[in-house]
Design a protein around this ligand. Structure first.
Ligand code: URA
Length: 457
């Protein structure tokens, strides 16, 4: 019996090398014992030796390479032998992988699908928890995949969270991204992962917001969010009450012809595809705040941190906004805070996602949601933070410097006040200019507060 030892359970490179040698030497699948270093009492070994120089490259269709990439991640111990058999049969039957009636093809495609589903579930259900770390914020997640997919999914998490330090712990191995390089470390236990933290509440409220009762199909939900993942999902605790309240909320929505309340509106917006921005963004970031707020603050669009957190104005611009609101005597918790555009528009670079302002077409497409928010909240005053918000609400291009700080009639009869976007203050280089502009911004917010009070009286 010939032994083929792989460096880890989803070692695609090692598998390719070993397969090339086995095919070149005419070893049949039944004559190979596939082993993984570190498993079954085997010591951690070096990756298998390269095939002899004489071993010709494997002439397999590209589809085989694609299939192998996923199938090696499956937890079925027969996966390597099955791929070996397919590689041999493909020499005489090039269309083998198109023939689902063939039992070997059928089995391999089922393995591929199952791994694809597991990859997707991991992307959807990994929940990072922030831990205190002397070197700065560190986010840790615990996940129990069904297959050996951790390594295959790292690229996704690196692209998505390039500028965070994160670790994903799984029973088999852990992945640590230090902001510059990926390290694969030994597996962990659930006890090694941090417990409850403030992000839990955030996920739970996000999940409540996206839970659309009209779309509730318990069977489909169990398929999409299988119960086995629930134990690691903070938001799962909200599911029973959401399911219980779904029928009542659905009837209210149907009776009104459109979402009956802000939670229903947010749920409907969670699946918005009115413009192309939904495709690259992580999620819709909907407005938040009391339904009877007198002041509505409208920004441009969520940024990188808002896109990850699912809440408006939580990043650097949001923190500055909070301080300036406090200086102006405005309690953010009593305002409704939203954006002209509900999806993050960005250009992805290997290190980070760079903000791009929305186009007029994105603002126009998203105006539908803003109109519904205005109709439900009915604020006494709308504060437009920056030119994109001004364009959305005034329905025309605006020059902030010319129109800021005074009441403006909005086309729908409401009253608005235009001012700068807080990120403008963050971009100013000179400390003097930043201080002066901040003071002007606070003045504008004070004017907004006074106007809202007068209009609500
Ligand atoms: N900038 C915005 O306009 N909105 C946010 O939510 C965050 C940053």
């Amino acid at each position: 019996m010939r032994r083929a030892v792989l460096a880890h359970p989803a070692d695609l490179d090692g598998f390719r090398l070993a397969l090339r040698a086995l095919v070149a030497e005419g070893v049949p699948p039944a004559g190979v014992l596939w082993e993984v270093s570190g498993e079954g009492g085997l010591p951690l070994a070096d990756p298998p030796a390269a095939p002899p120089a004489s071993a010709p490259p494997l002439a397999v269709p590209r589809r085989f390479a694609e299939l192998a990439e996923k199938v090696v991640c499956h937890s079925d111990p027969a996966r390597f032998a099955l791929l070996h058999e397919a590689a041999l049969r493909l020499r005489n039957s090039r269309r083998l992988l198109d023939d689902r009636a063939d039992p070997l093809t059928d089995r391999l495609l089922a393995l591929e699908t199952s791994v694809g589903r597991d990859l997707h579930k991991m992307r959807a259900f990994v929940r990072f928890r922030e831990v205190a770390d002397p070197d700065g914020p560190h986010f840790i997640a615990w996940f129990e995949p069904e297959h050996h997919i951790l390594r295959a999914n790292c690229g996704f998490f690196i692209r998505r969270f390039a500028n965070m330090r994160w670790t994903i712990l799984t029973p088999e191995a852990s992945a640590h991204w230090d902001g510059a390089a990926l390290h694969i470390l030994p597996g962990a236990t659930r006890a090694a992962a941090p417990g409850d933290d403030p992000l839990e509440a955030l996920w739970t409220s996000y999940y409540r917001a996206i839970f659309n009762p009209a779309r509730l199909k318990p069977a489909a939900m169990a398929r999409e969010m299988p119960k086995k993942y629930w134990k690691n999902l903070p938001e799962a605790a909200a599911i029973p009450s959401l399911v219980a309240g779904a029928a009542a909320r659905t009837s209210a929505m149907l009776a009104a012809g459109k979402p009956a309340d802000l939670a229903g509106l947010a749920a409907a917006a969670a699946t918005c595809t009115r413009c192309p921005l939904h495709a690259a963004a992580t999620r819709t970031v909907f407005g938040e705040g009391p339904a009877d707020a007198r002041l509505m603050l409208v920004g441009e669009q969520p940024g990188d941190q808002e896109d990850m957190a699912g809440r408006p104005f939580v990043g650097p611009a949001g923190q500055l906004l909070d301080q300036c609101l406090a200086d102006a005597g405005i309690d953010r918790a009593r305002c409704y805070v939203t954006n002209a555009v509900k999806h993050f528009r960005f250009v992805a670079t290997p290190r980070r996602r760079i903000h791009q302002s929305p186009d007029a077409s994105h603002i126009e497409a998203c105006r539908w949601w803003l109109d519904q928010e205005l109709a439900l909240v009915r604020p006494a005053l709308v504060v437009m933070l920056g030119a994109s918000a001004g364009r959305a609400l005034l329905g025309r291009p605006v020059t902030v410097g010319r129109e800021r700080g005074r009441p403006l009639a909005l086309p729908d009869g409401r009253t608005g006040l235009l001012t700068v976007h807080p990120s403008y203050l963050l971009r100013l280089d000179s400390p003097e200019a930043a201080a002066a502009e901040r003071a002007r911004f606070v003045e504008d917010l004070r004017a907004a507060r006074a106007l809202a009070q007068a209009r609500a009286a």
